[in-house]
Design a protein around this ligand. Structure first.
Ligand code: QAP
Ligand code: CO
Length: 174
């Protein structure tokens, strides 16, 4: 089932999500719905809070070299923790909860993350490049943070101004 994605400035996006305690059918349905929702909206990553569920669960499905997404490549990270990170990289990020806005964000180049899969098995993963960016972006959602909070002051001001303008324009249209 496709769920509704909540968008900025919804206050729920700024809350810390809770640990998953039960790896049950309800969690599996949530993860399945998150995947369906993400694909329907042309996303490559989604955190549970973006569909208004405050749980520490996220999914990532990066496209291949041809730009095609395969469900076999789907990553599901439950209660993830970054245990090691190295270097820095800059990537132009976007977010389904901040539609049609993209900007350059600096993050670690390489991260090692420990997490649980949907069955509750403990896993570990090393990543760099785009996957490392996606993991850090989605993990920020679990702590109530959006990529726009990392913008320098003036860029953030510009964003807020444009966001208000956009909101007015959509209201006027009805
Ligand atoms: C997070 O972002 C991410 O504004 C996932 O109109 C960001 O899937 C991972 C999207 C950067 C890796 C690098 C955004 C779709 C999708 C939009 C997304 C939009 C339509 C964003
Ligand atoms: Co996001």
């Amino acid at each position: 089932m496709i769920r509704q994605i909540i968008t900025y400035p919804d206050k729920r996006l700024f809350m810390r999500s809770n640990e998953v305690e039960r790896f049950d059918k309800e969690l599996h349905t949530l993860l399945d719905d998150m995947y369906e929702t993400m694909r329907a909206k042309n996303g490559i990553g989604l955190a549970a809070i973006q569909v208004a569920v405050p749980l520490r669960a996220l999914i990532i499905n990066l496209p291949d070299e041809e730009g095609n997404q395969h469900k076999e490549d789907l990553l599901e990270l439950i209660n993830p923790i970054i245990v090691e990170s190295k270097g820095t990289q800059v990537y132009t990020e976007g977010c389904l909860s901040v539609p049609e806005y993209y900007d350059d964000i600096e993050r670690a180049k390489w991260v090692r993350v420990e997490y649980y899969d949907r069955e509750g098995n403990k896993k570990s993963l090393e990543s760099e490049g785009l996957l490392a960016v996606a993991i850090q972006h989605e993990m920020d959602h679990l702590d109530g943070h959006l990529f726009i909070e990392k913008l320098p002051y003036l860029k953030r001001k510009k964003f807020e101004k444009e966001w208000k303008k956009k909101k007015k324009a959509t209201k006027a249209k009805g």
